[in-house]
Ligand binder design. Structure first.
Ligand SMILES: *Cc1c(COP(=O)(O)O)cnc(C)c1O
Length: 414
């Protein structure tokens, strides 16, 4: 009989330079570790949750009362955001990469009738859902959105704000306007953009609900909270039609964050057991985000992404992304087809970059919470050494000098 005893688990530190998770700030980890053991109804835990709720409204840029965190990862928040989508509902979803593809699948599962779901339980094809596929590497643009929404006039429309699979930014303004024009309720996956870009969700009135995640722009990996925000319009529809979930029911779950009958109350009431550690870490991550300001963070991401992209192009790579936290690219012509091998070599040495998760195979390098010259130089150096190891011949000292001079020029320009 096996006894299943193991050594204590040791996980090494890696340089997380992918699309996510980002590097959790040391101050967030300290808050996590310093937190006392307290239950989910202890007054400071409840106060922390209420404070998080108010800070989240600032991070989202919204007056939506139903703004809070869903325990778990990005998909948990997205599941809550899509909870009001019921079997038979009409939906148009724009898909331009891995993540919006999974969002599209979630919507197909929720909108499928019982028969449609039984016909293909993990990949249903409901008649009421239209998936608009946009080729890899392209953004969802105004014309595509307007064409689909004017033709289908769906109850729900969905798009990812930033598609992390291909590193593309989609046209949020056009999406919101088309939703308003055709009376669709917009749903946005803002997992990759919240905390990285400078935007206020109240500027997009066609969008009825938003969902993000803890581990990307918010820099709070210790399994915490996926930020969500719902307009009063969404909540009104949900009140009328209901949803088949208790745990992710936006109205019921909001109660623990001190939101009852559409109003802020002083203290939350039980919905599920919240972790004091998670609340403390999330609270600190939000404090840091607001202290930095979204405007300053967004400018830093742009500045460092520019150095990363320019250097990769200098090395002969072809960059196809336009997000500021992530660069997606092909290797130089001579190394085409070696993307997977190079990424595996890097990962074997604790340098966590990624390929794309769906075809075509490209490399993804992210800079979440790596917003300084030393970090960007290290990422580029380690990448270039890996390129040399598969046959390139780049002078590393020269590369470092080029990066340093780019930062010098920027410093002068500022
Ligand atoms: C990362 C990501 C997700 C999934 O988030 P998890 O935290 O892994 O659950 C969903 N959508 C987008 C756009 C993402 O970038």
């Amino acid at each position: 009989m096996s006894t299943n005893t193991f050594e204590r688990l040791t996980i090494p530190h890696t340089l997380a330079a992918g699309p996510g998770p980002g590097n959790t700030d040391q101050r967030v980890l300290e808050q996590y570790a310093r937190c006392g053991v307290a239950d989910h109804m202890q007054p400071d835990v409840l106060r922390g949750m209420v404070e998080c709720k108010f800070m989240l409204r600032d991070v989202f840029g919204t007056d939506n009362v139903h703004t809070f965190g869903v325990a778990g990862t990005g998909w948990s928040g997205l599941d809550a955001m899509m909870s009001a989508v019921l079997p038979g509902d009409t939906v148009v979803a724009f898909v331009n990469g891995t993540f919006s593809g999974i969002d599209g699948l979630t919507l197909r599962m929720k909108a499928a009738t019982a028969e449609e779901l039984a016909a293909d339980p993990t990949n249903p094809q409901p008649a009421s859902v239209t998936i608009v596929e946009i080729p890899h590497g392209q953004s969802v643009d105004a014309a595509t959105i307007e064409d689909a929404l004017s033709r289908h006039k769906p109850k729900w429309a969905f798009m990812a704000h930033w598609e992390t699979g291909s590193g593309r930014i989609n046209d949020l303004g056009a999406f919101s306007e088309s939703c308003e024009r055709h009376n669709a309720m917009g749903l946005i996956d803002a997992v990759s953009s919240l905390g990285v870009a400078d935007f206020s969700i109240d500027d997009y009135p066609g969008v009825a609900a938003w969902a993000s995640c803890p581990q990307k722009g918010i820099c709070c990996l210790p399994l915490t909270y996926a930020p969500v925000s719902f307009t009063d319009r969404y909540i009104a529809v949900l009140k009328q039609t209901g949803t088949r979930t208790f745990v992710h029911h936006p109205i019921l779950e909001a109660r623990h964050w001190g939101i009852v009958d559409g109003k802020d109350v002083e203290k939350g009431t039980y919905h599920r057991t919240h972790s004091a550690y998670a609340v403390a870490a999330f609270h600190e991550a939000l404090r840091l985000t607001l202290a930095d300001t979204l405007g300053a963070r967004a400018a830093l991401y742009r500045q460092h992404e520019e150095v990363l992209r320019t250097t990769l192009e200098m090395l002969g790579c072809r960059v196809t992304s336009n997000m500021s936290s992530l660069v997606v690219f092909n290797l130089p012509e001579a190394f085409a087809g070696s993307e997977m091998e190079l990424v595996q070599n890097c990962r074997a040495e604790g340098f966590g970059i990624w390929t794309t998760l769906s075809e075509p195979v490209q490399i993804r390098i992210g800079i979440l919470n790596q917003l300084n010259e030393a970090a960007i130089t290290e990422i580029l150096t380690r990448f270039t050494v890996a390129l040399n190891n598969i046959g390139a011949d780049v002078d590393i000292d020269r590369l470092k000098a080029d990066i340093a001079s780019m930062y010098q020029i920027e410093a002068v320009a500022v």
